[in-house]
Ligand binder design. Structure first.
Ligand code: GTP
Ligand code: MG
Length: 244
């Protein structure tokens, strides 16, 4: 490994993420020396926030707005976007670039997209290591975005607290969603795109299903947001803090 954690911390404080990006690439490729470098880190107690949900629910837009609230509070934020279903294609990258464009060059915000290259187990291991690295590198929040509804998200939920399930009013097939493991593992349920007419009704439905589950003793929260206008986003950040 060519860089020390001191190089990385110094770089992060200056908003120079070059070292960090190089080490993350080392981890992604599981290059020689990765494991011993990670073992030598001293991670801080940094809140890891997971956002997951169906494609197009507005996760990236919501993250961009959340990051805005965090930066307003003088925080440093790292965002890892994980798409386990595919190798990163230009379209996906471009979409995220547009959604989070105001943050790509911001000195307090580090954004990185990852793909599996076909092997989910490897990705999970790499994410674990990247999170340890980011926890050691002077960030105040780490945000993980995962796409889809499946095993990988359930895995990611194990390293994040809270895990936020982002849904949209037209998600419709609620039953399907509730059967998925994801519904069980989430802590915060967000009905995004609440500018749409069906949002209130959908949120009410969701509230009832969560009440049914109240017996399992797990604290859950339900919020409505409109990610692109930032409506409900500061409230979401305040609820996130309750889970730290
Ligand atoms: N009307 C409305 N549109 C929204 C809202 N939030 C996001 N969008 C739009 O929904 C589309 C998808 O948003 P993304 O943030 O890319 O969604 P995503 O969940 O990150 O998508 P993937 O990463 O591809 O799964 C974009 O065109 C956003 O502008 C919202 O609250 N209301
Ligand atoms: Mg996205």
């Amino acid at each position: 490994m060519l860089y020390t954690i001191q190089d990385i911390i110094a770089g992060v404080k200056k908003g120079d993420f070059l070292f960090l990006s190089k080490v993350i690439s080392h981890i992604e490729n599981q290059e020689a020396g990765t494991a011993s470098f990670i073992t030598g880190l001293t991670p801080n107690d940094v809140q890891v926030i997971g956002l997951t949900g169906p494609p197009g629910a507005g996760k990236s837009t919501l993250i961009a707005s959340l990051v805005g609230e965090m930066v307003n509070e003088q925080k440093r934020v790292a965002v890892l976007s994980v798409d386990p279903s595919s190798v990163i294609h230009e379209g996906a990258l471009l979409g995220d670039r547009i959604r989070m464009r105001e943050w790509y060059l911001h000195p307090s915000v580090y954004i990185r997209s990852l793909a599996t290259r076909g092997h989910l187990g490897g990705l999970i291991k790499s994410i674990d290591q990247m999170v340890l690295l980011l926890k050691s590198a002077g960030f105040d929040y780490i945000i993980l975005e995962t796409v889809g509804v499946g095993q990988s998200e359930v895995q990611v939920a194990k390293i994040a607290y809270p895990t936020i399930l982002v849904l949209v009013p037209e998600a419709g097939d609620e039953i399907q969603m509730m059967k998925s493991g994801l519904f069980e593992v989430a802590n915060i349920y967000v009905v995004n795109k609440s500018d749409r007419p069906a949002a209130q009704k959908f949120a009410n439905h969701l509230k009832l299903s969560l009440a049914d589950r109240a017996g399992d003793g797990k604290k859950t929260s339900l919020l409505q947001t409109t990610a692109n206008t930032k409506e409900g986003v500061l409230e979401l950040l305040n609820v996130i803090k309750q889970y730290s």
